[in-house]
Design a binder for this molecule. Sequence first.
Ligand code: MG
Length: 381
Amino acid sequence: MKRSPKRVVLLGSTGSVGTQTLDVIRTFPDRFQVLGLAAGRNVDLLSSQIAEFRPYRYYTADGREPVNCADCRPASLIELATLNDVDLVVAAMSGADALEPAIAALRAGIPVALANKELVVMAGEHLRDAAKHGGTEILPVDSEPSAIWQCLRGELQPPRRLIITASGGAFRDRSWDALRSVSPEEALEHPTWQMGRKITIDSATLINKALEVIEAHWLFDMPYEQIDVVMHKQSIIHSMVEFQDGSVKAQLGPPDLRYPIQCALTHPDRVENVNLPRFDPVEVGNLTFEKLDTSLYPCFNLALDVGRRGGTWRAALVGADEAAVELFLAGKIGFTDIGPVIERGLRDHQPIMEPSLRQIMEAVAETARRVRSAVPVFKGV
Ligand code: MG
């Protein structure tokens, strides 16, 4: 029996996760149909994606119109995410703007493949409630939560511990003090993964790993005391789960994001993709594990400490980090200023407990604004 294609809306089609998502979709023309694409400012790339995948709705952040879209009309992000014939929304946009569309999709019963961990960090409880309300699920796309999700499949009892692996990012073999004058270009050279700019800087500070711990807490309903992080420089084991009897499952594979993307897209099916590199254990050779030395990554504890607080603290962390990374990439602050700049931006945060979505979005924007305006204070420090 011929199956009907899964109808997909992709939010963030021109970014790193978005283009890799389309790469997977391109491999399976019978399995997927793209209904809508949302892009930021890269209208040229969006235009060629529209020509290739023929969606009927699009969104651009600045309202510019792509070419080749005679049959393709503009839509808001929420309209895109809740088109009534959509089977799966892929949230691959960075930033907070994907939050409301993701919630709207879940509430409407549409599963969301989620690449943007910041959404879970700022509003984990809202996403969880929306999925429950819609009777649907969040499918993790990032490699670590995907690994945990895959390890948990088929298990009937809650696990004892999650072990999230960390590559250590661009500066894993250098001391923090030696990083004062590193350039954005150096920080953007990740040793094992090809990713977008924001997440690559977050990997170098290890804020990304703190965000993943917070994300795992909400996605898998695990207490923080039962989530560990271990350094694993090869990025072959993407995470592990320990069960009540002490048995541990790990999910392995080449560090290629198309694996977890495909796993979410084709869920619950497993489908062969000849374009992906095959795993060869002999070629990999040694897998190593080391205790995470948090003295080398002061931002890790800072982010985790703020992230464990309630209310809008996590939204404030997301806003502060976003702005601090932006300032670093623009050459306005040094790499080792990222932590202090975030800390300062959070100092005056007035948390709201049990915030609405609107209050969460405001906390993100407000903290980002505060961080940007405080920068002259930091210049030349
Ligand atoms: Mg990750």
